[in-house]
Design a protein. Structure first.
Length: 375
């Protein structure tokens, strides 16, 4: 399909009740449900042989315990097997209180998550050693960091330095002035403010101005704290949220945001199953997908990736060129990123025929332009 990297689930050993990787018990053992340590090394080698990078999900915020908080047996954990390594239990009730967000525990009596005291120098030192070892042992090229907003910010710079690879954090909040400042502490964050705008715009809950506001909030608003919009992780489906096809049967309203994800700023991320137009959205079914190389979206995404890879390989500065909004109406938007112009709509394929007039495309006189696809 033309992807240059893969991002996989956390690889650490889990509680027996876990299947997705986020309830870890032993940082130095691999999750047997996914395979052996050698399988992980073989996966990294196979990806590298194809010129691809391997990004691994990591969880510095918590461990996992399949019962209530007052039954936790800390001695069962490796590496952190003492209550002193964790914050004292408190339920996270107020997400507007940053102290609670960083120190209180996630989960419930079905699965609680003992919250690591990462501000403790001993814990931080051990975490730095672990992440350096993980990256080295398995030839990892990048990290996707889970639950970043639940960890004290100053933990991350030395931790990412110890890892020595690209770090992208998950800050699952739609407010630009909350999410983007985390880029001061690591290379990148997932662009959740834009994620929410994409879903609103292409579910016809808001006009295209919603996308414009979120695009410029990073590139033109210093108060938002965004260090580099071209390094943000751009997406509109993942394992934590409903898939867009769950809310619409209109293929145009799925193809347009895919084009936006790949052709605008940031590092484009597509979740497994998007290429098969999967509609299931619970966490369990989100982890399942079929494989059909003849599906329309498989071919469509492969074509977009072909364009992206071709233009990115040329010394024209495409990857560092920030997207310019050329014009927009309530249901269309026209964008420029270097020599690429992208026109998107949320009118949908069931809205009847309509005509879109381009304007302000900034082509030079006599310049040849070429239309690539119809969405």
């Amino acid at each position: 399909m033309g992807f240059t990297a893969i991002w996989i689930s956390p690889v650490t050993a889990q509680v027996p009740e876990a299947y997705h990787g986020y309830y870890q018990t032993n940082l130095y053992e691999t999750n047997s449900n996914f395979g052996s340590a050698q399988d992980l090394k073989d996966l990294a080698a196979a990806a590298h042989s194809k010129g691809m990078y391997l990004m691994v999900d990591v969880v510095p915020n918590h461990m996992g315990w399949a019962a209530c908080h007052d039954t936790v047996d800390y001695k069962s954990f490796h590496l952190f097997n003492n209550a002193e390594h964790y914050h004292s239990y408190c339920p996270l009730n107020n997400v507007q209180n940053q102290t609670e967000v960083e120190t209180c525990w996630l989960g419930n009596c079905n699965m609680t998550m003992p919250d690591l005291k990462t501000e403790n120098p001993d814990v931080a030192r051990e975490m730095n050693t672990w992440i350096k070892t993980l990256v080295s042992n398995y030839s990892i090229d990048g990290l996707r960091i889970d639950s970043v907003k639940n960890v004290n910010k100053i933990f991350f710079p030395p931790w990412c330095e110890a890892a020595g690879v690209f770090c992208m954090g998950e800050v699952s909040d739609g407010l630009a002035n909350y999410t983007y400042p985390y880029q001061r502490y690591m290379d990148s964050v997932l662009d959740y403010p834009l994620y929410y705008a994409i879903n609103r715009a292409f579910q016809k809950q808001s006009p295209m101005a919603d996308l414009v506001v979120n695009l410029v909030s990073c590139t033109q608003n210093a108060e938002a704290g965004c260090k580099d919009s071209t390094l943000l992780g751009t997406f509109f489906e993942n394992h934590d949220n409903p898939r867009l096809p769950f809310t619409t049967n209109d293929m145009s309203l799925v193809k347009n945001p895919i084009a936006f994800t790949i052709m605008s700023d940031g590092i484009p991320i597509l979740y497994q199953g998007q290429e098969q137009h999967l509609r299931e959205w619970t966490l369990e079914t989100n982890l399942e997908s079929s494989y059909d190389t003849n599906s329309p979206l498989y071919k469509y995404i492969a074509y977009l990736n072909q364009i992206w890879n071709h233009i990115s390989a040329k010394p024209l500065g495409y990857l560092t060129w920030q997207t310019h909004v050329l014009s927009y109406t309530s249901d269309t938007i026209q964008l420029r990123k270097d020599i690429i112009r992208t026109i998107l709509t949320n009118q949908g394929e069931f809205g009847g025929e309509y005509t879109q007039h381009t304007q302000g495309m900034l082509f030079s006189g006599g310049e040849t332009s070429r239309g690539c696809f119809d969405v």
